[in-house]
Design a protein around this ligand. Structure first.
Ligand code: ATP
Length: 368
């Protein structure tokens, strides 16, 4: 059904939203966001509940007023345009399908209004791609939430808008449908060149879909980068702890050497790091991903030593919780397949210096 639209960049300049007081204090849900999304790029917007993700999408779509700042699509400032004039496709949680119409009619509706000639062919194609042909003659009331979600996604995609905003588009699908629809969504997005923001709680979804990820907390973009950058080079403690499954180990350490890369002492162990910007004697927070740990031999001098509390053999790797002296909570260590630890074993592990992240114990900012 033809190629895509001309991809357009999407730029947010100091975008801000204060919800006016309802008898009480007003609330700043989005605090001066800057974001530049390249034409045809897909970004995932990730963050805890209430951090301002939906508010941001709604402002871009024109469904929520902007307190200040600017939204550009291509070179055009769209902040004053009504939703229908922005050329933005939305697939939001609230499905808003017209109950009296069949799914086919729901999908074709917007196209007919725009006098798209091949509306029926487009409906058939998108339905096939999203594996929902059998839904076309049904009415919304009879659909499951996962089916409704696929229809809502199809409706957003079918107009081939230059900018596409999706809020948890796959949240109601079961695991296998989710994987299939996710793959198809990515293919369609590449093919048609929609510049896309996907809000998601699902990190795997973000990793598999996104060219870049924007991690948001408390109305602020904490980091914007490729999944690898965000995972391996977190900007601050929040990002380090929010991204990654299982979660990063985070514990206090003391800087004991500060010539070249810093070394930190944790209990009676020492970790070498690539960071330089702290002083001897400083207490810092150390972030170490379970996947980045390296098992050391008994005779090793560096690294951390501890006692195994629990060990799980997950076939491709093992996962141990290890009690380390000087650390309150057990640390999670990922081990290679040949390692077989038992509870009570005394073990040692370390990590490559560039995989040991340090954070300021007050501000949470990354120490470089
Ligand atoms: P979730 O992942 O739970 O959907 P979110 O990141 O999308 O969360 P938003 O829905 O954007 O977050 O909400 C951000 C903050 O703004 C929340 O604290 C919310 O309570 C508040 N908020 C949202 N809408 C309004 C409103 N109409 N009036 C006042 N406060 C609001």
């Amino acid at each position: 059904t033809g190629s895509g639209v001309a991809p357009q960049r999407l730029v947010l300049n100091k975008l801000r939203k204060i919800y006016a007081s309802r008898g009480r204090e007003s609330f700043e849900a989005v605090k001066s966001i800057d974001l530049e999304i390249a034409p045809g790029e897909l970004i995932a917007l990730l963050g805890p509940s209430g951090c301002g993700k939906t508010t941001t999408l709604r402002m871009i779509a024109g469904l929520e007023t902007v307190t200040s700042g600017e939204i550009l699509i291509g070179e055009r400032s769209v902040g004053d345009l009504p939703p229908g004039k922005r050329n933005v496709g939305v697939g939001f949680e609230s499905y808003a399908l017209y109950p009296p119409l069949t799914v086919r009619e729901n999908l074709a509706y917007g196209l007919r209004a725009r006098k798209v000639a091949d509306a029926d062919a487009r409906v058939d194609e998108i339905a096939k791609r999203l594996d929902m042909t059998e839904l076309l003659d049904q009415r919304p009331a009879g659909l499951s939430s996962g089916q409704k979600q696929r229809v809502a996604l199809a409706r957003a995609l079918i107009r081939k808008p230059p900018v596409l905003l999706l809020d948890e588009p796959l949240g109601h699908l079961d695991a296998s449908a989710r994987q299939r629809v996710r793959r198809e969504l990515k293919l369609l997005q590449r093919e048609f060149g929609y510049t896309t923001i996907v809000v998601t709680h699902d990190q795997l979804e973000a990793l598999s879909l996104a060219d870049r990820m924007a991690v948001m907390d408390a109305g602020v973009i904490q980091q914007f980068g490729t999944p690898d950058e965000v995972f391996d080079d977190p900007a601050n403690r929040f990002v380090a702890e929010f991204v990654g499954e299982p979660a990063i180990n985070m514990f206090a350490g003391e800087v004991v050497r500060a010539d070249g890369g810093l070394a930190v002492r944790v209990g009676d162990g020492v970790l070498e790091t690539a960071a330089v910007d702290a002083r001897l004697g400083d207490t810092v927070m150390v972030g170490l991903r379970p996947q980045d740990t390296q098992v050391l031999g008994d005779d090793a001098t560096g690294g951390l030593g501890g006692a195994v509390i629990n060990f799980e053999d997950l076939l491709e790797f093992g996962q141990a919780s290890v009690r380390v002296r000087g650390v309150e909570q057990p640390l999670l260590v990922q081990t290679p397949p040949e390692v077989d630890w038992r509870p009570g074993d005394t073990v040692r592990f370390g990590a490559r210096p560039d995989r040991v992240h340090l954070f300021d114990s007050r501000s949470g900012e990354r120490i470089r």
